[in-house]
Write a protein that binds this ligand. Structure first.
Ligand code: ADP
Ligand code: CA
Ligand code: CA
Length: 421
C-alpha cells in the first residue's frame, strides 16, 4: 500500500432494485472500510440515516459522473463500485474520471447491452448464434418470416430473464414481439432511452446451462465458483431456479467453459473485478449467453463462502481497494441456492411452511423477499423472486435435493383478483 492521507473510502452505487445493500455494507464494515452509499432514490438512502449517503443520477450518466466527482472533492474516494448491472457503466465512467482503477467504460457497456455484446463477440472465434436487431416500431411480420427457428427475442438491457421469450414459429415470434414491446413501455424501462426501443433476436441454443462466477485481476481470471443449473431452461420463458456448485460437469467440460469465458472477457476488454458469465453447452461446444461485469445477482452470493468464511462481497471490495486477499478458494462443501419463482400473478396473501422449509436437512436459510400484501408479477414481465433458499451439503446431489424438498414445504397463497394494498 502506498501512503495515503485518508482512509480508504468506497462509494457503492446501489440501484433501488438491489437485494444486496446489507451484504455489501457488512463486507465493508468487516474490512474496516469507510463506505458511502450512492443511489438515485431517496428511499434507499433513508435506510442509512446514520451513514454517508449521496443522491446520484443513474439515468443521465454524464450528470451522474459530475455528481460523483463533486462528492469525491469533499470526501476523497479510493474506489467506486457498481452493485448489480444497472450501475456498472456509471461506476466505470466515474472511476475513469477520478483516475481510479477501472474497466474501460466501453468494455462494461458491451456487457450491459445485449446487442453490443453480440456485436463485440461476433469476431472473437467463439460459437455464436445468428442475431439481428429489430426496432419496436417495425412490423414484425417480415422479420418473423425471415427468422430461423427456434429463436429467442429479448430486450437489450433488462435482467433476471425479464422479457426473454422463445419463439418456435412466426406466430409465436409476433406474439413475443408485441409482448416485449409492452414491457419496454413500462415506466421503469421506458427511461432507458434507445435500448428500450429495440429487441434482439438470436438463434435458440439448445443445451444445459451453467454460470461461472469469477474475479478478474489485471486480465487474469480466477474462477470462484462454477454453478450447474439443473432445471431445464427450454422456454418459452427462462425462469432461473436452482444453482448448485461445484459443477457435476466432467473436468474437460469445466475447462472448456473456463476457456470460453476467458476468450469472451478478452474480446470484451474486461480486466478487473467480478464477472458473472452464463453459458450453454451442447455437441458443438460452449456457447456464451451473457457476461456481466458484476457478481451474481439477487441474494445468491450468500451461497458462497471462501476460506474461513469470507463473503463474495468481501472479496470484491478487497480486490477493488487493493487490500490483501487471504484466499479465493471456496469452502469444501457443496452449496446451492434456489431463486423461488413467482407461480402466478396477483397479490401475495400469505406464505406458509417457512419453518418446515428451514428444518429440511442441509438448508441454511429460507428468505422471503416479497412482503405479504404486495403484488407479484411472474415472467416474462416480472423481474423479482418470491425469495431464496440456501443449502449446503456433502455433494451437489444432496444440495439439489435439499433445495427441492425445502421448496416443496413452502405454500404461497396468491390472490389473482386482489388489488395491491
Ligand atoms: P438476462 O440478462 O435477463 O438474464 P439472458 O440473455 O441472460 O437475459 O437470458 C436469460 C435466459 O434465457 C438465459 O439464462 C437462457 O436460459 C435463456 N436464453 C437467452 N438467450 C438464449 C439463446 N440464444 N438460446 C437459448 N436460451 C437463451
Ligand atoms: Ca443480464
Ligand atoms: Ca442472464
Amino acid at each position: 500500500m502506498t501512503d495515503r492521507d485518508f482512509q480508504d473510502r468506497l462509494l457503492l452505487l446501489i440501484p433501488t432494485t438491489s437485494y444486496r445493500v446489507a451484504d455489501f455494507l457488512n463486507a465493508a464494515h468487516r474490512l474496516g472500510v469507510d463506505v458511502a452509499v450512492g443511489s438515485n432514490q431517496r428511499q434507499v438512502l433513508e435506510a442509512f440515516a446514520d451513514g454517508r449517503t449521496v443522491t446520484i443520477n443513474f439515468q443521465d450518466l454524464e450528470k451522474g459522473v459530475r455528481e460523483i466527482c463533486a462528492y469525491a472533492r469533499d470526501y476523497p474516494l479510493s474506489a467506486v463500485l457498481g452493485v448489480d448491472e444497472e450501475t456498472t457503466v456509471l461506476a466505470s465512467k466515474a472511476s475513469k474520471a477520478l483516475g481510479l482503477a477501472h474497466n474501460t467504460p466501453e468494455s462494461v457497456e458491451a456487457t450491459a447491452n445485449k446487442f453490443r455484446f453480440r456485436t463485440v463477440l461476433a469476431n472473437s472465434g467463439l460459437l455464436m448464434p445468428p442475431f439481428s436487431l429489430l426496432s419496436v416500431g417495425d412490423d414484425p411480420a417480415r422479420a418473423a418470416r425471415e427468422a430461423a427457428y427456434p429463436c429467442v427475442l429479448k430486450p437489450l438491457m433488462l435482467s433476471a430473464s425479464r422479457g426473454v421469450i422463445r419463439a418456435d414459429n412466426p406466430d409465436e415470434f409476433i406474439t413475443a414481439f408485441h409482448r416485449i414491446t409492452r414491457i419496454l413501455k413500462q415506466p421503469d424501462v421506458v427511461t432507458m432511452g434507445d435500448a428500450a426501443k429495440h429487441i434482439l433476436v438470436e438463434g435458440y441454443i439448445a443445451g444445459r446451462e451453467v454460470a461461472l462466477e469469477g474475479l478478474l485481476d489485471g486480465g487474469r481470471l480466477t474462477v470462484l465458483a462454477l454453478f450447474d443449473k439443473p432445471d431445464p431452461l427450454e422456454g418459452p420463458f427462462f425462469e432461473e431456479t436452482i444453482y448448485v456448485t461445484p459443477s457435476r460437469l466432467p473436468e474437460s467440460w469445466q475447462s472448456r467453459v473456463m476457456d470460453a469465458t476467458v476468450q469472451a472477457v478478452a474480446a470484451l476488454g474486461l480486466r478487473d473485478g467480478p464477472i458473472h458469465a452464463e453459458l450453454r453447452l451442447n455437441d458443438q461446444g460452449p456457447w456464451v449467453i451473457e457476461v456481466g461485469a458484476r457478481s451474481i445477482g439477487g441474494l445468491c452470493a450468500r451461497a458462497l463462502r471462501f476460506g474461513t468464511g469470507i463473503s463474495l462481497e468481501e472479496l470484491i471490495l478487497s480486490h477493488v481497494l487493493g487490500l490483501p486477499i487471504e484466499t479465493m478458494a471456496r469452502e469444501e462443501k457443496a452449496a446451492g441456492v434456489m431463486m423461488i419463482p413467482i407461480p402466478q400473478a396477483g397479490v401475495l396473501e400469505s406464505v406458509g411452511g417457512i419453518e418446515a422449509a428451514r428444518r429440511v436437512a442441509g438448508i441454511d436459510d429460507v428468505t422471503i423477499t416479497i412482503p405479504v400484501g404486495q403484488e407479484v408479477v411472474p415472467l416474462p414481465e416480472g423481474n423479482k423472486y418470491l425469495g431464496f433458499i440456501f443449502a449446503r451439503g456433502d455433494s451437489p446431489e444432496a444440495v439439489e435435493e435439499a433445495l427441492r424438498d425445502s421448496h416443496h414445504c413452502l405454500r404461497f397463497q396468491i390472490d389473482p383478483g386482489a388489488e395491491a394494498e
